[in-house]
Design a protein around this ligand. Structure first.
Ligand SMILES: Cc1cc2nc3c(=O)[nH]c(=O)nc-3n(C[C@H](O)[C@H](O)[C@H](O)COP(=O)(O)OP(=O)(O)OC[C@H]3O[C@@H](n4cnc5c(N)ncnc54)[C@H](O)[C@@H]3O)c2cc1C
Length: 394
């Protein structure tokens, strides 16, 4: 027997984009269904450093860019969610740090450094007095200046846990090879056919289908026959330094190039060990081309050269590779903001940053409000669990 069920919006995906959007649409009164093919957060979200960019990092070349203006409101939006204000309740999520430290390599031109204390960044960055230096820089050997930038760092695992809670009743795990099929018709999704655990079939029809599956969007676009947008993958090769007693280190380094040489955040693994998670330019193109041992060598050399007073003896070093999934820009660069585009009954969504999930969800809400198509119902399918961050993977 085939049962037909209707809902306002089906969201395909299970990362921050899908779940933040699901929370917003559900609290706006839409009937929604979230379908993921993996544990929640697998892919990019649980591999993210958790930095809620406000755009300051993109000003390292010494000027505020489009990206920095788009991002300026994001720290406030996230902190509001962490206070329980608005449609997304992140009160139980962990704020790892309410700010980052901006430090500079000794050869950096002084105009770039003084920019961070300038009027342009007032309210987003401030010089730190010598007596307030954090443990990592509490040494006469560091001769540069330090700035505080008001960009919080969240724990992506706890964020996903909280986002999942309020939409747990409408989130299911599917296997496109075994129990789910996208039915398409001339660039549209006509229905999703689901074989439930009890063997019965449910034909799911929706007013809107949000593709929020990260790197999974690319193959869906091909399957549906959508030629534009296309997807680009930008690989990263992140470095992890793990030792039980590392001090907190949330920082952006300013070098002479347009990208920070390193960005460091501090996390804990499931065994309670501290780890420094290192991204930035080191993890981008040149790092991607290195194998694991050369990437570790490059990381060790960077710390030995620029932060030689930090004792990392006994630390364990390893790396992880993760692709960022985004709309194709044609230049290989990062797109400027969250991407949301409607093509008939399909909405293609990439946040392009964890930080931009609230902006993406708002754009999807604007695209979907006005549809009242569905009803509330349940599916007889497994529920997804939570994925693991890269340092807890076997
Ligand atoms: C190493 C790294 C560090 C980063 N650090 C930061 C940072 O500090 N700050 C920041 O703002 N951004 C950061 N980002 C970017 C950020 O992580 C991503 O922009 C964001 O997590 C993307 O979320 P998403 O939900 O679109 O995709 P993903 O997190 O990749 O989630 C996609 C999900 O969709 C589901 N899925 C996939 N395929 C299918 C399918 N076929 N059917 C159904 N479901 C499917 C899976 O559940 C998967 O988990 C970082 C990215 C990387 C790789």
């Amino acid at each position: 027997m085939v049962r037909t069920a209707h809902c306002d919006t089906v969201i395909i995906g299970g990362g921050v984009a899908a779940l933040w959007t699901a929370n917003v649409l559900k609290s706006a009164g839409q009937s929604i269904v979230v379908l993921t093919d993996s544990p929640l957060g697998a892919g990019q979200t649980l591999a993210a450093q958790g930095v809620i960019h406000g755009g300051v990092k993109y000003a390292v070349a010494g000027k505020l860019t489009d990206s920095s203006e788009t991002l300026a409101g994001m720290p406030g939006r996230w902190l509001a969610a962490m206070r329980g204000e608005g449609p997304v309740d992140l009160r139980e999520a962990t704020l790892l740090s309410d700010h980052q430290i901006l430090w500079s390599l000794p050869n950096v031109v002084s105009q770039v450094v003084s920019f961070f204390g300038s009027k342009a960044l007032r309210g987003r960055s401030a010089a730190i007095a010598r007596e307030d230096y954090p443990a990592v820089f509490d040494t006469p050997d560091y001769r540069g200046r330090l700035f505080r930038i008001d960009e919080p760092v969240v724990d992506p695992v706890s964020v996903m846990q909280e986002l999942a809670k309020s939409v747990a009743d409408v989130t299911w795990q599917v296997d496109w090879e075994a129990n789910a099929k996208l039915l398409t018709d001339e660039g549209q999704i006509s229905a999703i056919e689901i074989i439930q655990t009890d063997g019965s079939t449910c034909r799911l029809e929706a007013g809107n289908h949000v593709l929020a599956a990260g790197a999974g969007n690319g193959p869906f676009l091909v399957q549906i026959g959508i030629e534009e947008p296309r997807q680009q993958l930008r690989p990263l090769h992140q470095l992890v330094i793990r030792r039980k007693d590392l001090p907190p280190f949330y920082s952006v380094c300013v070098g002479n190039g347009p990208k920070p040489p390193i960005v460091v955040t501090t996390h804990h693994d499931s065994a309670g060990r501290t780890l420094w998670y290192v991204g930035g330019d080191l993890a981008e193109q040149s790092g991607v081309d290195r194998d694991e041992s050369s990437q570790i060598q490059a990381g060790r050399a960077f710390f030995a050269k620029w932060l030689p007073w930090i004792d990392l003896s006994g630390a364990e070093w390893f790396t992880c590779r993760v692709d960022r999934a985004e709309p194709l820009t044609g230049t290989g660069d990062r797109p400027p903001g969250a991407y949301c585009r409607r093509l008939g009954n399909v909405i293609v969504a990439w946040p392009t940053k964890l930080a931009l999930a609230p902006a993406l969800a708002e754009a999807v809400l604007n695209e979907t409000s006005g549809y009242r198509f569905g009803e509330r119902f349940t599916l007889d399918l497994p529920r997804p669990g939570l994925a693991k961050p890269p340092w807890d993977l076997p």
